[in-house]
Design a protein around this ligand. Structure first.
Ligand SMILES: [Zn+2]
Length: 397
């Protein structure tokens, strides 16, 4: 069992002999909260959720009066950019941020990037994050995640043209898959090819979509200088079938949406776009704090929930967000979206993220059969009426 973090979060992984972990409260899932309950675990899996823990039960670990709950899911981050924390201009527009990112990332060098990424990975359990959707353009973070026992999906991200693809590897622990960067940076042929191959392997495919004005204008066919930007990087976008579409509509026309696609950001979407995402059963991941910092704009979460979409949460990288904490992301949503039910916010941070990463049968709730990974929040005594309030406002948002 890990030590409790400064924030009072204890990450528990139990892979050994049968044991029971009990606490004042167990959140099995956002709709099921049990008082003075426990989890019977063995062999790395949850065997049973105990509504009462009998006195004579062997090997009982009493965590305390606080809350046992599923680990949080950071469904979208870029660990390789951790070294750029506080080194890029925020709130001054997206284009200057991108230019500074490319410059600073190149000048930092691989060693510095890897060192900061390793420290960031090691911080994840202390933040209560047990599952990650890591997106890597440089390909330098895969072993960092596996070495620290962080589960999830490692997406190798591709821009421009080309046919290379990583050795896809579907696993219940850390899968290896591929991501397209975005509709305006990755060629349509490459997007179709990546999607085809990840689908054949039964893996999720990730892509940033509908994030910036630049992207929306380019896909609509408005020349805002993006063609020149791509051309300067050796990418000929003159034959891309853009024009008269939204980014979501464009991806739909390419056939890359669907129940194994994870669209990230969805900041600039129409109601029709949301209907397309719902009809195609595409998963969503939202990064509201990053959006606020880079674009001074927030996704329409209320409309997404109204359309029965089930967004996951991510932080994006430390180059655009203050922390990799999903507790912080939940607290931010609580503050900026009054009226969204705490249970919906907790679902975004747990089971929606696990499903979005294709790992909903292994993580996301504390149901029997799921991995015996959970977190304990050292909240002290708390009443039933306050639990979801407490959990969703635990971070700094
Ligand atoms: Zn991102």
């Amino acid at each position: 069992m890990n030590a409790t973090s400064d924030a009072g979060i204890r990450f528990i992984r139990h892979a050994g002999e049968p044991a029971v972990f009990k606490a004042g409260w167990v959140i099995k899932d956002p709709e099921t909260i049990l008082e003075n309950a426990g989890l019977a675990v063995a062999g790395g899996k949850i065997l049973e959720v105990l509504k009462h823990v009998p006195e004579d039960r062997p090997v009982v670990v009493d965590c305390g009066p606080g809350i046992l709950m599923p680990p949080l899911v950071n469904a979208h981050l870029h660990l390789e950019l951790s070294a750029l924390k506080n080194r890029l201009p925020l709130g001054k527009g997206f284009a200057p941020w991108v230019a500074a990112l490319l410059r600073e990332r190149d000048s930092a060098g691989t060693q510095v990037l890897v060192r900061a990424a390793r420290a960031a990975v090691r911080s994840l359990p202390d933040l209560g994050v047990g599952l990650a959707g890591e997106v890597s353009t440089l390909g330098i973070t895969r072993s960092l995640l596996s070495n620290e026992g962080i589960a999830g999906v490692w997406f190798r991200e591709y821009l421009g043209d080309g046919h290379d693809i990583p050795d896809l590897d579907p696993r219940s622990f850390l899968s290896v898959s591929a991501a397209g960067h975005a509709p305006h940076t990755t060629s349509p042929d490459r997007l179709i090819s990546l999607k085809h191959q990840t689908r054949a392997a039964g893996l999720p495919f990730s892509i940033h979509v509908a994030e910036s004005d630049l992207e929306t204008d380019f896909i609509a066919g408005i020349d805002s200088g993006w063609n020149d930007f791509l051309a300067a990087r050796g990418i000929d976008a003159s034959f891309w079938p853009v024009g008269g579409k939204t980014p979501v509509g464009y991806l739909n026309a390419l056939g890359v949406l669907g129940p194994d696609t994870l669209g990230v950001h969805l900041l600039q979407v129409t109601e029709k776009d949301l209907d397309i995402l719902a009809d195609t059963k595409t998963f969503l991941c939202l990064c509201p704090r990053s959006n606020q910092n880079l674009h001074c704009r927030l996704p329409d979460i209320r409309m997404m929930l109204k359309k029965k979409l089930t967004p996951a949460l991510g932080t994006d990288s430390l180059a655009s967000c203050e922390s990799l904490s999903i507790f912080d992301e939940m607290a931010f949503i609580r503050r900026h979206y009054p009226g969204i039910a705490p249970a919906d916010i907790l679902a975004m941070a747990t089971k929606n993220g696990a499903s979005a990463l294709g790992l909903g049968l292994h993580y996301g709730t504390l149901d029997p059969g799921r991995q015996s990974n959970f977190i304990y929040l050292d909240t002290g005594t708390v009443s039933r009426a306050d639990i979801l309030e407490k959990v969703t406002s635990y971070g700094t948002g």
